[in-house]
Design a protein around this ligand. Structure first.
Ligand SMILES: Nc1ncnc2c1ncn2[C@@H]1O[C@H](COP(=O)(O)OP(=O)(O)O)[C@@H](O)[C@H]1O
Ligand SMILES: [Mg+2]
Length: 202
């Protein structure tokens, strides 16, 4: 088993990359499970239909709701997939809460504390891109909203992600050229699988 988490701001290309990786790994005969947060559980539904539609105060509600969904996710989806020996490609995990709620002003130590009983994945890949380019992609996807507020928040999110990546040793990949990004991410994942004795380099 191998557990790979893809992190990064909204619109940076996580879903797109995961779908390309799923294709390439499956082609090599590797059993892949794709999952993402917020989940499809009633908690995930509550997050999407309530917390993401308007600004709720205080921000602690976001941290706790996302974390509750995440503990559910770990126990009911992630752990079973890993014990079946699958390669798990996951969009967002605890860094999302640390970075987003950190960017909302919450104390990072408290955020880390509520994540304490969530194990670390084998590899966290942070997709990084300039905020201006992310906003262009969000606009294309029809999700621009209040750009100015969004822009300021996105800057904080990007900076905090990069800082966490330096501190925690995440792999940072520049998310512009999709083909190159896919090639780089695939190479790291195949190396990880090889190290774990799960595949042979061709
Ligand atoms: N490397 C890329 N270059 C250009 N556009 C991209 C790239 N990756 C993703 N996109 C586009 O950007 C938008 C957001 O991508 P998506 O994968 O949904 O991001 P995320 O899952 O990180 O929110 C989509 O419209 C997608 O087609
Ligand atoms: Mg996505």
């Amino acid at each position: 088993m191998a557990w790979i988490v893809i992190e990064g701001p909204d619109g940076v290309g996580k879903t797109t990359l995961i779908s390309l990786l799923r294709g390439s790994l499956t082609e090599k005969g590797i059993k892949v499970c794709v999952t993402s947060e917020p989940t499809n559980s009633p908690l995930g539904k509550l997050i999407r239909e309530w917390l993401l539609k308007q600004k709720i105060e205080p921000p602690h509600v976001y941290a706790l709701a996302f974390s509750a969904d995440r503990y559910y996710h770990y126990h009911n989806v992630i752990k079973p997939a890993l014990s079946r020996g699958e390669v798990l490609l996951q969009e967002r995990y605890k860094e999302s809460t640390i970075v987003y709620q950190g960017a909302m002003g919450l104390d990072l130590e408290w955020l880390e504390l509520i994540c304490r009983y969530l194990p670390d994945p084998d590899l966290t890949i942070l997709l990084d891109l300039e905020v201006g380019k992310i906003i262009q992609r969000l606009k294309l996807r029809g999700e621009s909203g209040d750009i100015f507020e969004k822009k300021d928040f996105l800057h904080r999110v990007r900076e905090l992600y990069l800082r966490r990546a330096r501190e925690k040793g995440f792999l940072v990949l520049y998310a512009e050229d999709l083909e190159k990004l896919h090639r780089q991410a695939l190479q790291y994942i195949l190396t990880l699988l090889e190290e774990k004795g799960l595949t042979r380099r061709r």
